[in-house]
Design a protein around this ligand. Structure first.
Ligand code: AR6
Length: 229
C-alpha cells in the first residue's frame, strides 16, 4: 500500500512541476527535458518473471543514467496496483537512483499529457515481432491511438524485429498521438517471450531470457538517447 501511495505523491508532484513549467518561459523548463515513457517489457502477455524483470529494469536504468545527461525516463503502468511499478519503485529507491531523472507513473501511455499532465516526447511500445497492430496490451493501445500514420511509418522503417532489439519510428505530425500528446517518436521494443502460446517461447530459460530483456532495454535507451541529442 505504501508503494502505491508513494506513486500517487510522485504523480501529484509531477503535475505540479509541469504546471509550473507551463507558466514560465525558461528554456530549461522541465517539460523541455527529453523524456521517454516506457511500459514494462515482456511482463504481461509475455509472462516474464516480475522479480527478475524489475532487477533488470533498475540495473539498465542506473547504467544508462550514468552516461546520459539532461534526459528523463518514466516507467508507466495502468494501475496503482501494478506489481511491477511497486517492485521497480522500491529497488530504484534502494539504489538511490535520482528521482528527477527516473520515476514511475500510473496512467495510459497514450494519454500521459492529456490526462496526466506529463509531457513525454518519446514513448516505447512492447511490440510483437511482426510490428503489427492489435494483439492486446500496450501494443494495441499505441497503434490504435496513433492511427494509421504509425503503421505506415513503421513499415517504412522495418518489417520485423528480433527479440532484444528496438526500432525508433518518427511519428508523422498528422497522428493524433503527436497532436494531442506531443509524442514525436515511438520506439518499438521486442522483449523475451515466456508464453507458450506466442512465437519464440523461451520455455522458462531465464539465462537467455534475462540477457534478451537486458539487451532490449539497452537498445531502447540508446535509441532514445540518439533521438534526444
Ligand atoms: N498504458 C500503459 N501501460 C500499459 C498499457 C497502456 N495503455 N497497456 C498495457 N500496459 P503487454 P508484453 C502495461 O502485455 O508482456 C502484445 O499483444 C501492462 O500492464 O502489453 O511485452 C504484443 O503484440 C504491462 O505492465 O506486453 C506482443 O505480442 C506492460 O504494459 C505481446 O503483447 C506490457 O504488457 C507483448 O507482451
Amino acid at each position: 500500500k505504501s508503494d502505491s501511495c508513494a506513486m500517487e505523491i510522485e504523480n501529484k508532484n509531477e503535475d505540479k512541476k509541469e504546471k509550473v513549467d507551463q507558466s514560465t518561459s525558461h528554456s530549461t523548463s522541465l517539460s523541455d527535458v527529453p523524456t521517454l515513457a516506457f511500459p514494462s517489457i515482456s511482463t504481461s502477455d509475455f509472462q516474464f518473471d516480475h522479480g527478475k524483470a524489475s532487477d533488470i529494469i533498475v540495473e539498465t536504468i542506473a547504467e544508462f543514467l550514468q552516461k546520459a545527461k539532461n534526459v528523463r525516463l518514466v516507467l508507466v503502468d495502468l494501475s496503482h496496483k501494478s506489481n511491477i511499478l511497486a517492485l521497480v519503485w522500491d529497488k530504484a529507491a534502494k539504489k538511490s537512483i535520482d528521482s528527477s531523472k527516473f520515476f514511475t507513473f500510473v496512467g495510459d501511455i497514450t494519454q500521459l499529457y492529456s490526462k496526466g499532465g506529463l509531457r513525454c516526447n518519446v514513448i516505447a511500445n512492447a511490440a510483437n515481432w511482426r510490428l503489427k497492430p492489435g494483439g492486446g496490451g500496450v501494443n494495441a493501445a499505441i497503434f490504435s491511438a496513433a492511427g494509421e500514420a504509425l503503421e505506415v511509418a513503421t513499415k517504412e522503417r522495418a518489417e520485423s524485429l528480433s527479440p532484444g532489439s528496438s526500432i525508433a519510428v518518427p511519428l508523422p505530425p498528422s497522428s493524433p498521438l503527436y497532436q494531442r500528446e506531443g509524442v514525436t517518436h515511438v520506439i518499438h521494443v521486442l522483449g523475451p517471450n515466456m508464453n507458450p502460446q506466442r512465437p519464440n517461447c523461451l520455455k522458462n530459460d531465464y539465462v537467455k531470457g534475462s540477457k534478451i530483456l537486458r539487451d532490449a532495454y539497452m537498445s531502447l535507451f540508446e535509441n532514445f538517447a540518439s533521438i534526444a541529442h
